[in-house]
Each structure stands twice: as C-alpha cells, then as structure tokens.
Design a protein around this ligand. Structure first.
Ligand SMILES: Cc1cc2nc3c(=O)[nH]c(=O)nc-3n(C[C@H](O)[C@H](O)[C@H](O)COP(=O)(O)OP(=O)(O)OC[C@H]3O[C@@H](n4cnc5c(N)ncnc54)[C@H](O)[C@@H]3O)c2cc1C
Length: 464
C-alpha cells in the first residue's frame, strides 16, 4: 500500500500527539503511525499483570546491560500518557540554563519556553492533587518532611475529575483511566489532531525510514505481518527515546550521525519501603499527593516523591526469597513508600546488538551514586521521624523518564538534531520526543515534551 501525506508522525505518545495536533490544525494531511493498540476507558486493562503485558514494550520492562536498572516504556495509543502518573511540571532555570549552555539555543530559557508551556497547558486540564483526600502514605510523607524541616509541595496533575470525594481509589491509573479523568493524549491533543483530519494507524510498527528525491519513505508492518509503505513530504520521529534511536539505527543513520544513541539519561529512581506498626493502606485514595520542594535537594541532584507501589511492583522490589519474601509481602498494608529520583549526570548509550536487539548501557557513576545516597539519607530521616519500624530498600533502580540519544546540539559531533529540530544532514526528518533532551533536567519531563512538540508543529506549519 502506498499513500501520500504532507507529514507522517511516528508514535502517538506525548510528543507525537502534540505535534500532530498543530500540523492537522494548520491543514496538513497528517498520518500518525503507532505500534500499540488503542484502548478506551471501557476496555483498558484493569490489573497490574494485564496492564504490564498489554501496555508496555516487551511485556513490562527492559533492563540495562547489567540488569541493575529496569526501563519502562509504553506501547499503546497515547504512549507514556496512558501509563504515567500525569504529574506536569515546567522546567526551572537550573534545567533550561544547562540546556542553553550545552546547545547554544537561546530560546531554551524560561522566557523562551513560556509561550509553549502555555500552549501545551491550553490543551488539557491541570489540577492540584487535593490535600483533603491525601491518604496515610501521603500524610506520613508530609509529617516527616515537616519534622525534618524539608520543603514539600502538592502535585500538579493532568486530570479533570478523579471523584475522590466519592471515595474513588485511583491505584489503577498507571494502566489507563476508567473515569476519563487522566489527561492522556487520546482525550486531549491526539483527539484534537483526529478532529482536524489527521489519520491514525494503530498496531503498525515502523521498521525503517529513509529520505530521498524530495520525500520520506516509511516502511512498516501491521500486527498480522503485512508490510506497509508510506510516503510523505515531512517526517516527525516521536517514537520515544528508545524507539526513535533504534529506528534510526535500523535505518542506517548511524553512519551519518556520529553520536547517535549517546547521551542517554533516565532519572534512575529508587524505591524505599517503611513498615509501620499500624496499617498505612497506601492502596487507598489518591495514588500520590506530595513531592519534595526543597532547594537543598535540588542542589544535591535528587528529588523525593510520595508514591504508591502496586503489589507486583512491590514483590519485584522487596528483598528476600521464599518464605522471607512471603512474610514481607504479607505486611504490604503496613508499608509506606518514598521514591528517590536522581538527576543523573553520567550519560548512558543506546545501541543495537547483532540481530537488531536493543542494548542499553547505563550505569551510575560516583557522582550519581552520591546523589542516590544523599536521597536515601533524606528518606531515612523522613521515615524515622514518623516512627517507621523498619526500612526496606528496593532491589533495583527504575528508569521511567527515558531521554536523549538524539540530543539538540550545535554540530553533529555533539548531537544529532539542529535547533530547527531536523536531523543533521536531513531536510525532512524532524524529532519531537524526549530523545531531544541534551541532559537530565531532574524534573518530570512530559509538559516540556508537549511544549517542544507544539513549538515544532507551529514552526513547520509556518515554514510551509
Ligand atoms: C510508570 C511511568 C510513570 C511516569 N510518570 C510521569 C509523570 O508523572 N510525569 C511525567 O512528566 N512523566 C512521567 N513519565 C514519563 C513520561 O510518560 C515520558 O517521559 C513520556 O511519555 C515520553 O514521551 P515521548 O513522546 O518521548 O514518548 P512516548 O510517550 O513513550 O511515545 C512514544 C510512542 O511511540 C510508539 N513507538 C515506538 N516505536 C515505534 C515504532 N517503531 N513504530 C510505531 N510506533 C512506535 C510507542 O509505542 C509509544 O506509544 C512516566 C513514565 C512511566 C513509564
């Protein structure tokens, strides 16, 4: 099959949906291709096991080479916006100044980004998580922070009515949202793109992309194995950090982009559980209500979040085997959990092994370990100040914010993408996902991915 479009967007996740919304609104004939399935609120997976298997690449997680960090990335229409916690934060001057210094791009500043954050925010509802409904897990976090003198803030979340006042428990919302409250892209930017005429092809995995004779060619395969070929004037890669890097490597771009796959970051997160004498029941009420808002933590390169860890996740993370593990799991209702997220400084590398399998080399160096340890000290202080009986560290790190590999740069020796979002050496291939990030910001990335994608969409439409 061959079809012609003004633009093809690969990936219907956070970046892809936002760029498609702008292009379609400007009248472009736009095709969005997504490897994953579409789920509505009525048929989205209900449990953790089902959710891991259906909504993520490789059944739930991919490990780095040393199996010390598990990376999670979504494979579903909506991408990360379906499986994430929808916490939406703008970057501060610490993150943006670092990006500007690394790339020379003057618009990477709080003032330069402000209109794009406004545009991204304008497409969704953002609400603070109500303190009135904070559960015991969140209350312990807050009390511990107060006792230790640490700054703490309520979370800003993409949601439009979680009905906590009716006693709703939102612990399923990492697997979609049965209330259509979470502001995932199928309810927001992707829906807007489709209403403006964009086409969406689901369960179709793109295998290679190429650019020749004034157009781009996309070769893909449907879930039933049937090959597909599409052509367009412009291409936007938004397959997420691992997806976009792998796609370019499989398409032979490694020869043209000398640092392709380098500069990979993931905000390694470490979960800590604390057992209390009285039940905590972290599974009740809102998933999560608070985050650290502490300048000394920011300066030390970590942040803390009050999170809920669901049973399968907890079972994977808790130490011990056999009967010991069973005893630990039996106490689950008595656990509070806090996560340390490290603003990692030591870049990793994405590559392809023989046979095309994705390899992720990503470790913590001395500085990143120091940051993780400083975070753990703070967690210990918070748990101890609230009477925890025992603290159990999770067994491995988790990477939820996958970034880089196609970073913005001045020249091809330093990165893969120029300030106009085009691959170096390409006229027609643009990038609109987290792979653009030149370093780890230490802040939730989604709102910035949306803002960057909106900026690209407007820029492409204007140039045309
Ligand atoms: C459990 C979890 C919790 C998180 N919580 C938060 C949070 O609270 N706040 C926050 O800001 N961030 C959070 N994140 C991170 C955030 O979701 C991601 O950073 C964001 O989704 C990345 O956007 P993206 O556009 O780069 O890629 P994605 O949103 O991942 O979209 C990429 C899409 O491309 C598709 N794709 C990949 N390869 C191909 C191919 N070859 N062909 C066709 N399609 C392809 C994928 O299936 C996917 O749907 C969380 C992530 C996880 C996993």
């Amino acid at each position: 099959m061959q079809s012609d479009y003004d633009a093809i967007v690969i990936g219907a996740g956070v970046g892809g949906s936002n760029v498609a919304a702008e292009l379609a609104a400007a009248g472009w004939r736009c095709l969005v291709i997504e490897a994953g399935r579409y789920y509505s609120r009525l048929d989205s997976p209900r449990g953790e096991l089902d959710g891991n298997a259906k909504l993520f690449w490789h059944g739930g997680l991919e490990l780095n080479r040393s199996a010390s960090i598990a990376m999670l990335r979504a494979r579903v229409v909506g991408g990360g916006s379906i499986v994430n916690q929808a916490l939406l934060d703008e970057f501060d001057s610490v993150a943006l100044d670092d990006w500007r210094k690394r790339t020379g791009l003057q618009w990477l500043s709080e003032t330069g980004m402000a209109p794009w954050y406004t545009r991204a925010r304008g497409a969704l509802h953002i609400q603070p998580v109500s303190e009135v409904h904070a559960n015991r897990n969140a209350q312990l976090f807050r009390q511990g922070f107060e006792a230790c003198g640490y700054g703490c803030a309520t979370l800003q979340r993409g949601q439009s009515g979680c009905r906590h006042e009716e006693g709703n428990d939102c612990i399923e919302c990492l697997y979609g949202c049965r209330l259509d409250s979470k502001q995932s892209t199928p309810l927001t930017s992707l829906q807007a793109a489709l209403k403006s005429g964009a086409k969406l092809l689901t369960e179709c995995e793109v295998e290679t992309v190429s650019e020749e004779a004034g157009q781009v060619t996309v070769r893909a395969r449907l879930a039933n194995g049937q090959p597909q070929v599409f052509r367009a004037g412009q291409l936007v890669l938004a397959a997420g950090t691992l997806g976009s890097n792998a796609l370019l490597m499989r398409s032979g771009w490694g020869a043209r982009l000398p640092v392709l796959g380098q500069g990979y970051y993931c905000h390694p997160q470490f979960m800590y559980f604390a057992r209390y004498r009285e039940p905590v029941n972290a599974q009740r009420g809102p998933f999560q209500a608070y985050k650290s808002d502490e300048p000394t933590f920011r300066a030390q390169g970590f942040k803390l979040e009050n999170v809920f860890s669901p049973p399968i996740g907890t079972a994977l993370l808790l130490p011990g085997l056999g009967r010991d593990h069973q005893i630990s799991m039996a106490a689950m209702r008595h656990y509070a959990c806090i996560e340390v997220a490290v603003r990692d400084t030591h870049p990793g590398r994405i590559s392809l092994a023989a046979g095309g399998r994705l390899c992720i080399d990503k470790e913590l160096d001395k500085e990143d370990k120091r940051r993780a340890t400083a975070g753990y000290q703070a967690v210990r202080n918070v748990f101890r100040a609230t009477g925890a009986e025992a603290i159990l560290p999770g067994r491995f790190g988790i990477g939820l914010h996958l970034m880089g590999g196609l970073r913005f740069a001045r020249r091809p020796e330093e990165g893969c993408v120029a300030g106009d979002y085009r691959l170096f050496g390409s006229q027609r291939i643009h990038v609109a996902d987290a792979s653009l990030f030149p370093s780890a910001p230490g802040i939730n990335p989604s709102l910035t991915i949306m803002a960057l994608a909106r900026r690209l969409g407007c820029q492409m439409a204007e140039a045309a």
